[in-house]
Design a protein around this ligand. Structure first.
Ligand code: SF4
Length: 266
């Protein structure tokens, strides 16, 4: 029997690192298959960024969707909102669609973890999907990634002004400042996130962030913004960080208690 061809795959999340990896590899590996696991709950800026990547690199990004959407799975999980401890959303909407896409084929999965990061590369545990880490192999760090994006003409995603990661607009990995900014940039999406907190078939209350509802959080808007600006200024003075986006990312990363998942935020 002829040996089956190995597939080369690169998952784009709408984030900067996976995009820079596509910039780096799109000529070197012309047979690369690009995909994006669409939860249908992503930010409009993410969809715009994916279009920009396709146009600039001349590649096609396949949109993979979960068999049923978020609302279906929310029902299946009894109205229980996903959380860092119960990441059913990643499994149902990011990992399973990817595994269906690959099936039993042998595949090399290119993962955009940088040489200056200490993160795990988990995307799928299927033995036929072998992850590789070109940035790590080549010793490429954040400054290289930013340079790649700038040189390609793609630049950073628009949401970078106020949020440091791709993913669902209601992602529970969001920090308090990012929720406040979601309310400012996309009041309709913020209102939808509030509805998810309030409307449950079982009548119980779940919150996206620990310890308070989104409405309580928004009532503290001025306090959260003031605190954030203070931290950004401290960080800029201390580390000589030049751009606001960089300071934003550094501050927000420091506030993470749990590492977010790579399938959504690379
Ligand atoms: S972005 Fe956040 S909410 Fe969306 S699937 Fe990933 S972890 Fe879940």
């Amino acid at each position: 029997m002829p040996k089956k061809k190995v597939r080369h795959i690169l998952g784009l999340s709408g984030g900067k690192d996976s995009t820079a990896l596509a910039v780096l590899l799109h000529k070197e590996i012309p047979q690369m298959e690009y995909f994006f696991c669409d939860t249908h709950k992503e930010l409009p800026e993410t969809y715009e960024y994916l279009d920009r990547i396709e146009a600039r690199l001349g590649i096609k990004i396949q949109r993979l969707s979960a068999e049923r959407g978020f609302d279906h799975w929310l029902d299946v999980y009894g109205g229980f909102l996903p959380s860092p401890k119960s990441r059913w959303c990643t499994k149902q909407m990011k990992i399973i669609p990817l595994e269906r896409f690959i099936g039993d084929d042998e595949a090399i999965s290119y993962v955009g973890i940088r040489a200056d990061e200490n993160r795990d590369g988990y995307i799928s545990t299927k033995p036929n999907i072998k992850p590789v880490f070109p940035f790590k192999e080549k010793g490429l760090v954040k400054a290289d990634i930013l340079q790649l994006l700038e040189d390609s003409g793609i630049g950073l995603p628009e949401y970078y002004r106020w949020r440091s990661r791709s993913g669902c607009f209601f992602c529970f990995f969001q920090r308090k400042y990012e929720w406040v900014m979601l309310a400012q940039e996309h009041p309709d999406l913020f209102a939808e996130a509030v509805r998810y907190e309030q409307e449950h078939s079982d009548g119980r209350q779940y919150t996206w962030t620990q310890g308070e509802t989104l409405q309580e959080l928004l009532a503290r808007r001025d306090e959260i913004i003031a605190e954030h600006h203070k931290l950004v200024e401290q960080r800029r003075r201390k580390n000589n960080v030049s751009s606001l986006a960089e300071a934003l990312e550094a501050i927000l990363d420091e506030q993470d208690e749990v590492l977010p998942c790579l399938a959504c935020h690379l």
